[in-house]
Design a protein around this ligand. Structure first.
Ligand code: ZN
Ligand code: ZN
Ligand code: FE
Length: 758
């Protein structure tokens, strides 16, 4: 006889890990116990030495589908006389903070039950088991047990209770376990005089969707608005009502085959589509498909996802066609959560609402992922991922709350050596969003059982997140520069301590001098940075207005490149702009009235894109930049000239020669795809050249590519390829490259500035 302690680290709680260990131990005649531990699961096992080796090998060979094992460590312990193998209750204190896992998509076993007419859960929309189902979105407190979830008011029936208590059952300790006899039920409400056909809520919703109606559906983390994605009239109707002119809609398809019929899906993308996190995956749409073109006006990218709750499986199976599934909100407000709220806010938008009576404790939007230059990169990290923690290289001694940025806000809480992102909040521009931000922070503090003593925030005094930070009492406040935070978030993701050479390209971020930065080459440490190079600024006539009316940026670039005499007469772009508007903008720039200087590389994308595509306006954030990327002609390999001004500190990348060369091309009728390719090649070349130049002095530091602009696959891949293989290039994967990832960097920096890091 021998004894071993086996410590397993990773996401192994709330995913059926302990019952799985139990079953293996039973089968192999190993005695002992398993329990949740602070960083995972601890097993104490007793058997012959050989049997223990086999047992450990078995544990390493496979894992339950939703588990993520990060490490397994064994130590010998004195043997004990124990009878059988036991699952011990969690320690009450030590491990409670880690006990809530993210929501998990319906597993194949549950899906099969729901679609099997002979199963007692046939057609039941709330079926789940130990390896699948709602988790984070139903948690109201800790530890993660049924009483601390929104399932607490449903009393399990005898059969469900038996499943729940039987260690050999798939539903052993499945906290949301339910069946049609005892669990939540669906209901449907018609709005605005719609008649719901039949008496069954699900069948009624399916019928309405087939007829082209817009149906709001209560899901896991909030309400969606659904309609038949193959019905152009229905999609147009939804666009009108949602006041969403051109932004692409997410589309849910029944299974992988259906996905392959509407898009080109790589093996890697297929794995993401079918993962337990079930994010929206941005894939290339096929040209000829059943989808209405209104789903994705003018972009080749399609946001595709597969059903992740039994309700979705049933809807998709019922309708038999792809469905638009978009967050139920207006413009950029937070996703709807409560039944009453949905009734109020969705009147006039949806024709009917498919409700259920299980409350959503935490709003959680769908996550969005895209494979960028071979790396799956989260663009929005929310449902399915939150609250899965990140482990940091160094611990902080005081808990930190980082408030994030302004657009695509997420916040982050760090204590010890673990970091927890909150769910995607959205743009902090409405009262509803600010309420959600505050409420989500409160709730995360509750379920993590932590009270932050340090608050990190952006330097921008006008951001609501900054104002929230200043208003919070009883904590040390630390302002963190936006692009330093971008780089630090990437350092944290890779466990790199610095120094690194950060290349942070985005639309805008508050600089230490009070101006807008966004084309930054920064030598970064965790507690400080040095700004080594930036871009020559461009004037934004009217400030934020220029982000929408991108022709203004094009005008400003030409004005600068042609010494105050922009040759607009030979450019079709300006034919569609009122001469009076041009005159005003021209004066604003000349007299420097309400025309702040901005160095964001995103602004150059706007300006060049507007110029070559004849696009005076960007209807949603990044629209012109995205179109500009996709049109690029891969066969064009040459680039435009650019200049580097080494006389300034920091030195400046000067794109005036680039503007002049692009102007020549556009004015002489060169196709926009060629202009786009040359523009991208120029940015790639200059980025690599500046980096190489800086590394000559700095030595071979890791290079961190971050900021929203690096969502551009052409640029991200191009720069990585241009740098020598000796240089370690850090790119985003699990932490979003855009402002949704910034909070982690803020927290890391605040901890380091206060000298708290372990
Ligand atoms: Zn299941
Ligand atoms: Zn039941
Ligand atoms: Fe940014």
């Amino acid at each position: 006889m021998a004894g071993r302690r086996i410590e397993i680290r990773g996401t192994v709680q709330g995913v059926g890990f302990r019952p799985w260990v139990y079953r293996i131990a039973q089968r192999m005649g190993v005695a002992g116990r398993v329990r949740n531990a602070p960083a995972g699961v601890t097993i104490e096992a007793f058997a012959s030495g050989d049997a223990l080796d086999l047992f450990i090998a078995q544990l390493q060979a496979t894992t339950p589908s939703a588990a993520r094992v990060l490490g397994l460590q064994t130590t010998s312990i004195p043997e004990e006389q124990v009878d059988g193998f036991a699952i011990e209750p969690s320690d009450s204190l030590g491990d409670k903070t880690l006990s809530i896992p993210p929501d998990l998509a319906t597993c194949p076993d549950c899906e099969a039950e729901v679609l099997d007419p002979n199963n007692r859960r046939y057609g039941y929309a709330f079926t789940n088991c130990t390896t699948c189902g709602p988790r984070f979105t139903i948690a109201t407190g800790i530890p993660y047990d049924r009483p601390a979830t929104t399932m607490s008011r449903f009393q399990m029936c005898t059969q469900c209770q038996r499943e729940y208590s039987d260690a050999d059952d798939r539903r052993f300790h499945a906290q949301p376990n339910a069946c049609p006899k005892c669990g939540p039920v669906l209901s449907i409400s018609a709005l605005g005089g719609t008649a719901v056909p039949g008496s069954d809520p699900l069948a009624g919703a399916v019928e309405l969707l087939k007829r082209g109606a817009v149906v709001a559906v209560k899901g896991l983390g909030g309400f969606h608005l659904a309609c038949d994605a193959t019905n152009a009239t229905a999609v147009r109707l939804l666009r009108e009502r949602k006041r969403r002119d051109e932004k692409p809609f997410g589309v849910m398809v029944g299974d992988l085959d259906a996905a392959l019929s509407v898009a080109e899906v790589t093996t890697e993308e297929a794995a993401l589509l079918t993962s337990p996190e079930r994010p929206i995956v941005l894939v290339h749409a096929r040209q000829e498909t059943s989808l209405a073109p209104e789903v994705r006006p003018e972009t080749p990218l399609l946001g595709l996802f597969l059903p992740y709750t039994p309700l979705h499986h049933l809807l998709l199976a019922g309708v038999g066609r792809p469905l638009v599934m978009t967050s139920a909100n207006i413009a950029e407000e937070p996703i709807c959560r409560d039944n009453e709220e949905a009734r109020r806010r969705l009147d006039g938008i949806a024709d009917a609402i498919l409700f259920h009576d299980r409350d959503i404790a935490m709003r959680c939007d769908d996550s969005v992922v895209r494979v960028i230059a071979g790396t799956p990169t989260l663009m929005r990290r929310s449902r399915g991922f939150v609250p899965r923690p990140f482990h940091l290289a160094k611990a902080v001694s005081r808990p930190v709350l980082a408030c994030g940025a302004h657009l695509k806000n997420t916040f982050c809480i760090v204590f010890g050596d673990t970091a927890y992102f909150g769910p995607h909040i959205g743009d902090l521009e409405t009262v509803a969003a600010l309420d959600f931000f505050e409420e989500a922070i409160e709730r995360m503090q509750t379920i993590l059982a932590v009270r932050p003593e340090v608050i990190a925030h952006d330097l921008h005094p006008g951001y609501w997140s900054t104002q929230y930070a200043s208003a919070r009492e009883g904590a040390v406040k630390v302002g963190v520069q936006h692009h330093h935070a971008h780089v630090a978030s990437l350092m944290a993701e890779h466990g790199v301590e610095g120094p690194v050479l950060g290349v942070a390209y985005d639309g805008t971020g508050f600089g230490e001098d009070g101006t807008s930065w966004g084309g930054e080459f920064l030598l970064c440490f965790s507690d400080r940075f040095e700004r080594l190079a930036t871009f020559r600024p461009v004037r934004l006539a009217g400030g934020d207005v220029a982000m929408r009316e991108v022709w203004r940026t094009a005008y400003a670039l030409l004005h600068d490149a042609f010494d105050g005499r922009p040759p607009i007469d030979s450019l079709p772009l300006f034919d569609s702009v009122a001469p009076e508007s041009i005159r005003i903008v021209s004066q604003m720039i000349e007299k420097e009235l309400n025309s702040p200087r901005a160095r964001g590389v995103g602004r150059y994308f706007d300006g060049f894109g507007a110029l070559a595509l004849n696009r005076p306006e960007s209807r949603y954030e990044g629209q012109v930049a995205i179109a500009w990327d996709h049109i690029a002609n891969d066969a064009v390999l040459d680039a435009y000239p650019f200049a580097l001004d080494r006389g300034t500190a920091p030195m400046e990348v000067d794109l005036r020669p680039t503007v002049r060369a692009a102007f020549e091309d556009v004015a002489s009728g060169v196709p926009p795809g060629d202009v786009s390719a040359r523009f991208h090649n120029t940015l790639t070349d200059l980025t690599a050249e500046v980096v190489r130049g800086l590394l000559v002095e700095l030595g071979d530091l890791p290079v961190a590519l971050t900021g929203g602009v690096f969502q551009n696959a052409r640029l991200a891949a191009g720069v990585s390829n241009k740098l020598s293989s000796k240089i370690r290039v850090l790119r985003h994967g699990q932490v979003p490259p855009g402002d949704g990832g910034i909070a982690l960097g803020q927290a890391l920096i605040a901890g380091a500035i206060l000298g708290d890091n372990g």
